[in-house]
Design a protein around this ligand. Structure first.
Ligand SMILES: NC(=O)c1ccc[n+]([C@@H]2O[C@H](COP(=O)([O-])OP(=O)(O)OC[C@H]3O[C@@H](n4cnc5c(N)ncnc54)[C@H](OP(=O)(O)O)[C@@H]3O)[C@@H](O)[C@H]2O)c1
Length: 248
């Protein structure tokens, strides 16, 4: 299979790239940091199993031209595209938040995915899979996560509506909602992260769900179930629980 992964220079995307290559697939590892991409490529034993593509997902023109050139160079069309690149920034002072922060988060997490989809979709064959990584954060009003959670809710909705509109093309849209995963993104968090799993477990859950052709992949499932239950609580209880996380 040809598997394209954005955000392959770190965390979940990097692990997915290594695991798909180790399983004998050809990985197109995308990122904006050429040094980190070369380091990743050097870790793949068989160099023919990895190609790198350098672009910033927030730059629409660059994303379009690099992805189109990359696809042209493939001997076979793409089988799987995993749109995983993302950023997390929290709002510390909700009464005086910076609009620029919200714009930065949406530029990567929402428009970054939209830019990749626009570049890839006309070139995806029947039977291919378009995988969009959102987050379980979209399911609960986590403290300080106004920008991050909203960007993930937005990208989840975009992918879900797209699933409906392209159902007849034979291209499958898969949404992925991870809970907490040990990566540089969450290493920066200073609060308790219940049920945080390793990047290897996250990669395994994603690869398994993608192989099965599941429409939606969420892990760890117990954490997803808890969040879904919390969503049904009265708002005052949701607020109290969310605030407790901030105080840990
Ligand atoms: N870790 C978690 O607990 C968790 C939970 C739910 C959802 N997620 C989502 O999973 C995805 C991967 O997260 P992670 O934890 O693996 O984070 P990470 O280790 O910080 O990796 C993020 C990746 O996205 C890339 N990226 C960010 N902005 C980009 C841009 N403008 N253009 C191109 N690439 C860009 C980064 O590239 P650079 O190396 O150049 O910065 C990096 O490769 C994200 O979408 C995140 O929101 C993570």
């Amino acid at each position: 299979m040809n598997v394209l992964i954005t955000g392959a220079t770190s965390g979940i995307g990097r692990q997915l790239a290594l695991d798909y290559a180790a399983a004998g697939h050809h990985v197109i590892a995308c990122g904006r940091n050429t040094t980190k991409l070369s380091e990743l490529a050097s870790e793949v034993a068989d160099a023919t199993r990895i190609t790198t593509a350098v672009f910033d997902v927030t730059n629409q023109q660059q994303t379009q031209s690099v992805l189109q050139d990359t696809l042209k160079q493939l001997a076979e069309p793409l089988d799987v595209a995993i749109l995983n690149a993302g950023v997390c920034e929290y709002i510390d002072d909700a009464q005086n938040f910076e609009v620029a922060l919200v714009e930065r988060v949406f530029a990567a997490n929402f428009f970054g995915v939209v830019n990749c989809i626009a570049a890839l979709l006309p070139n995806l064959p029947k039977g291919s899979k378009l995988v969009v990584v959102d987050s379980m954060a979209r399911q609960f009003p986590f403290t300080r996560a106004e920008a991050y959670g909203a960007s993930k809710a937005a990208v989840h909705y975009f992918a879900s509506a797209l699933r409906t509109d392209i159902v007849d093309t034979g291209i499958q849209v898969i949404t992925v909602s991870p809970g907490f995963v040990e990566t540089p993104m969450t290493d920066a968090n200073d609060f308790e992260m219940p049920m945080r799993i390793s990047v290897a477990e996250a990669s395994q859950a994603m690869r398994k769900g993608i192989a099965k052709g599941k429409a939606h992949i969420a892990f760890p499932s117990v954490f997803g179930f808890i969040l879904a239950s919390l969503q049904r609580l009265p708002y005052r209880l949701q607020i109290a629980l969310s605030k407790r996380m901030r105080n840990h």
